[in-house]
Design a binder for this molecule. Structure first.
Ligand code: DX5
Ligand code: ZN
Length: 224
């Protein structure tokens, strides 16, 4: 099933509840929350208080993308705030297996993220533990960047490995997913599509979400 995980980073924070509701009406079914610490990535966003606020305005699953160093220290806080899924970057986890276990122990779905420069091979051993793998199609830190096509081969490789190993993790893609790139990512094998700037736009959010999902689902059908 193809799902749209809309990234609230691109929304109007002053009207967050309306923004989330509009993306949800357009068919968005996961809220993607980009947590940045100013260390792992050159930007600062928000943390557990934002997750708690979003938890109070929607029933949709909350997908927290942690672009932070030392994620272990904050996992209990994200659980407490109401996160459903937590993804951590392979590049910051010295003990990735332990961190994924910790997420699971806190009742959330564990996921792992790889930067554009990080190979899929680094994940083989932990693939049976994750709910999804997030393939970055931009260097993390900012919304509105250009899609990097190198992500397509990585998505395809993950889909092949999943088949070979008989696993069932999902494949998420994040960065530059928009009308002109969505068909390729779906055809490569992604089924959780993160999109921020292609969704949020004053007065057009619901429409944008609907159109992006329609394009994604049409691309999936062509492939079948
Ligand atoms: C980038 C974030 C993304 C970002 C996507 O570091 O992880 O989730 O919000 O934004 P767009 O869809 O505008 O590329
Ligand atoms: Zn993200």
């Amino acid at each position: 099933m193809i799902e749209l995980a809309f990234s609230i980073l691109a929304s109007d924070f002053a009207h967050l509840a309306d923004e989330v509701a509009a993306a949800e009406r357009g068919g968005g079914s996961i809220v993607h929350i980009d947590v940045m610490d100013g260390h792992f990535v050159p930007n600062i966003t928000f943390g557990p208080p934002m997750v708690k606020a979003v938890r109070s305005i929607t029933k949709l699953p909350l997908d927290c993308h942690l672009m932070i160093e030392n994620p272990d220290a904050f996992i209990p806080d994200f659980a407490e705030a109401g996160a459903d899924m937590v993804s951590v970057h392979q590049e910051v986890c010295r003990h990735l297996h332990r961190t994924l276990q910790l997420i699971e122990q806190h009742g959330m779905k564990p996921a792992v993220v790889i930067n554009p420069a990080t190979p899929v091979d680094t994940l083989i051993e932990i693939l049976p533990m994750v709910h999804h793998v997030l393939v970055m199609s931009v260097n993390p830190g900012f919304g509105g960047q250009k899609f990097l096509p190198l992500a397509l081969d990585k998505i395809g490789l993950l889909a092949e490995i999943r088949e070979e190993l008989g696993l069932n993790f999902r494949i998420e893609v994040d960065g530059g997913v928009a009308h002109d790139t969505v068909a390729q990512v779906v055809q490569a094998g992604a089924d959780m599509l993160v999109a921020g700037s292609a969704v949020f736009s004053p007065g057009k959010t619901e429409h944008n979400a609907r159109e992006l999902l329609a394009a994604a689902r049409a691309a999936a059908e062509i492939q079948d």
